[in-house]
Ligand binder design. Sequence first.
Ligand SMILES: C[S@@+](CC[C@H](N)C(=O)[O-])C[C@H]1O[C@@H](n2cnc3c(N)ncnc32)[C@H](O)[C@@H]1O
Length: 311
Amino acid sequence: MSSKPLIVYLAARGFEQDLLDELRLHNVRVLEVKERLVLAEGLFHSAWAQNIWLEPFFQPITSVGNAVRTLKSIQRNWKLHAVDFHRRAALIEQQLPPVKAKPLVFGESAPTSPLGSWTLWDHDTLLVSATCSSAFPDGEVRFEEDKVNPPSRAYLKLWETFTLLGDGPKSGELCLDLGSAPGGWTWVIASLGASVFSIDKSPIDPRVAAMKGVDHCLGSGFGLEPQTAGHVDWLFSDMACYPERLLGTVKAWIEADAAENFVCTLKLQGSTDHAVVQAFREIPGSQVMHLSCNKHELTWVNLGKMRRRAA
Ligand SMILES: C[S@@+](CC[C@H](N)C(=O)[O-])C[C@H]1O[C@@H](n2cnc3c(N)ncnc32)[C@H](O)[C@@H]1O
């Protein structure tokens, strides 16, 4: 018998193969795949998992009522991720206590009460995990969107990042936003009261450029020299660029001790380069994640306090 724990990975939508490839590269043995659910031996915090069921077990059931009693006896809050036996799963779900489904208003904290996940693996067997890596149902964060002010939907990436971190730029902090047009990220940062030096080859929305604390400059995000640019509290990059080039740039900023915190999008073209993702992950104190609104891209986060702790 393997000494590695049983784990269930929920692949980010459309990135099942990326998850399987990353698990293979990290010696996680896949036992079975059902749609986006991957049953495996061994825990690896894959960037392509939207949620990870950390302590899954199989539970035989004799009836719908028996399944409901079993789940309720473990804890209150459950998220069904059905891959089969949809009608029977729905009958069980209907009898479980409701879980708050309202979208989050930005600024609210992530939920703190435990949310378990379950599925009907076969007609008479639940696959259940009371603990999961994400506090959100299926790891997806939904917000009450602002359809008026931000000039692009990219602002949702920063809203989600700051909510997951429980941290973000504060009033008076200095931020660099590389690849900022049309201005969604700059809008979020300025809305939090921080100062933003916003750089793109294209102009940003004039309403964002006019916000208090925003200074926009036309140019390349790779043109700034970290040794001479001065220290920033946060360096953001959503530049459409090769991840290898971004890797060299963030390493230079870290080496020069010129930026405290980083939030950068890794834009992955064609087939995913797992080696470059791993190179970002290996920078001490890093997290690499697939946000709910990320497409074929990942978000790399590196906070100074985590970097120093990990070094
Ligand atoms: C996905 S968009 C950024 C969206 C932006 N974060 C927002 O919230 O609206 C990518 C941007 O990267 C910019 N870009 C690509 N290469 C760049 C470079 N070398 N320097 C600066 N900007 C760059 C593009 O002009 C484009 O505006």
